[in-house]
Each structure stands twice: as C-alpha cells, then as structure tokens.
Design a protein around this ligand. Structure first.
Ligand code: AMP
Ligand code: ZN
Ligand code: FE
Ligand code: FE
Length: 276
C-alpha cells in the first residue's frame, strides 16, 4: 500500500499540475499525505491546503532549495514557516537568469519574451518552461531533447544561476522553522566516502534527514541509504519528484515503474522533529 509522497513539484515551480490538482490526484491514488516541495518557492501552499481540506488529504508544506557544493546539491525543507529573505535572493537571481535565456532565444528570432512567459507560466520559471517553448516551436522533440541540445548545462540556451552555498542553505532552512533533508543523494555522483563527507558537512549546519527512497532508486540503493540514515541518526524520507508532464515517466506516489513506496510512519517521525 502506497501511503505518502514527500517530494512533489507543482505549477508554483516547474511542475505541470496546479497544487490543488496534485492534492486531488494524490487522494484518487489513495495516498494519505503529500508534501509540496517546489523549487525555491512556497507559492503552492494555499491552493494545496484548500484542496486538502475538501478531500481529506494531509499536506506537508515543503520546499526544495538548489545549493552549490561543487555540484548542485538539493536540500528539501519540511514544515516551512517563513523563508522570506533567502527566497527573495533566490527568486531575484532566477529572474535575472531567465531574462538572459529569453533574450538569447529572442536574439535568434524566436518569439519569446520573459514578460509573456510570466503571464503564461506564473512567477517561478525554470528551464523546463523554456523546454516546453522549444518543443512548441518544433526545435526540440521532447523535454530530454530540449535539455540535451538547448537548455542543459553548456548548451546554447544555458545560463547558470548563482545559487547559494550549501552551508547557508541548510542554515536558512533551519531558520525558517523547517526540517532540512538531503534530496536524492545518488544524484551527486559521489562514492561512499564523498557522500559521507557531504552528509557530515550538512549535519554540521543542521541537516536532519536523508531522502532514502526516490524514483528510480533500486531496493539495494534505498537499503544503503536507510543504513546511512540509521548510522547518522537521520530521519528517513522518500518521494517521487513528480513534475507532471514535464517528467512524464515519474508517477505521483509510485515513482518510476512503481518502484517507490514510502511508509506513513516516516512522516510521523518527521512531524515529531518539526514539532508538529
Ligand atoms: P532550473 O532550476 O530552472 O535551472 O531547472 C532545473 C529543473 O530542470 C529541475 O526541475 C530539473 O529536474 C529539471 N530537469 C533537468 N534535466 C531535465 C530533463 N532532461 N528533462 C526534464 N527536466 C529536467
Ligand atoms: Zn523541477
Ligand atoms: Fe532535486
Ligand atoms: Fe525535485
């Protein structure tokens, strides 16, 4: 029985389902709880909570912050109360980056303006939105192709963001009242000792949990992460990283080909840690 999904994106960042739709979909799937973890943004909470009220779903107000530590490391925060100063910096920087990308595309004669994109996609725009336009223009076959040839690192329409460093991100999440968790630990291509170094460094700044189950992670990979969490006394979390049709192979609650199953008990421990 699939119970919860603690890693979900909505239209408040670069997912394609509105927050209320995510909650209704989770209810239809029989999930008990879903965490809204949009990138650098908490704009999805209101819609999610009002839908949750209607369909008896438990919603966890979360966030996923992109940080820099050699590679891009993502930190999830659960039960965010107030993240305003950090968020303002991140949103401004994303805006600057996006304006440059839109200008690059416009200078190639594509009918793109950032103002138009904001009207269409909302306040938080990410590379998948540029990808969507490239698909519409017939320049990319699908999202993977758009990343591989246009908006992925080093490609024609790639402009880096100045993302905040790892230490201050973890601290800012703690300061926001939230519980910080290291997202998708295998995405950073680190070996065991490097991953431990990353975890220990995050813990020095207040890390409380490890995302042990994730779309595409094998049972062996998850077991390894669960052992690490136990060894370090960290909470275990898990989630799909659902993005709607921007990542069509990932299903809400059940990940890739049904590989994901996250027990409600993990959320109980998380709530205790958050003082909920
Ligand atoms: P940004 O934060 O705007 O730089 O965009 C990063 C977003 O693009 C994250 O949600 C990534 O998961 C997403 N992303 C990266 N590669 C791909 C891909 N090949 N297909 C779809 N989304 C991707
Ligand atoms: Zn995303
Ligand atoms: Fe992530
Ligand atoms: Fe994510």
């Amino acid at each position: 029985m699939r119970e919860i999904d603690l890693h979900v994106h909505t239209t408040a960042s670069d997912g394609t389902d509105a927050p209320a739709e995510v909650v209704r979909r989770a209810a239809m799937l029989g999930l008990r709880a879903v965490a809204i973890t949009d990138h650098d943004n908490v704009g999805g909470y209101a819609g999610a909570f009002s839908a949750a009220h209607d369909c008896g779903m438990e919603v966890v107000p979360g966030i996923e912050v992109s940080t820099k530590y050699g590679v891009a490391v993502h930190i999830l925060g659960y039960y965010v109360e107030n993240l305003v100063p950090l968020l303002a910096d991140i949103v401004n920087d994303r805006d600057r980056r996006n304006e440059k990308v839109a200008a690059l595309m416009a200078s190639d004669g594509l009918p793109v303006s950032y103002g138009m994109m904001k009207k269409r996609f909302g306040d938080v725009i990410g590379r998948p939105h540029f990808g969507e336009l490239l698909i519409e223009f017939g320049l990319a076959r699908d999202m993977d192709d758009a990343f591989a040839r246009f908006v992925g690192k080093g490609m024609k329409y790639y402009v880096p963001r100045t993302i905040i460093d790892l230490d201050s991100s973890v601290e800012a999440i703690v300061a926001s009242g939230a519980v910080p968790v290291l997202a998708h630990p295998f995405q950073y291509k680190k070996n065991d000792s490097e991953l431990r170094e990353l975890i220990e460094r995050c813990m020095d700044h207040g890390l409380r949990g490890l995302e042990c189950r994730y779309s595409g992670y094998s049972p062996e990979q998850s077991a390894y992460l669960e052992c690490l969490a136990e060894e370090y006394g960290l909470l275990k979390t898990g989630g799909s990283d659902y993005h709607g049709s921007h990542k069509p192979h990932i299903a809400l609650g059940s990940g890739i080909d049904g590989n994901l199953e996250v027990p409600y008990e993990w959320l109980e421990r998380l709530k205790e840690a958050a003082g909920q």
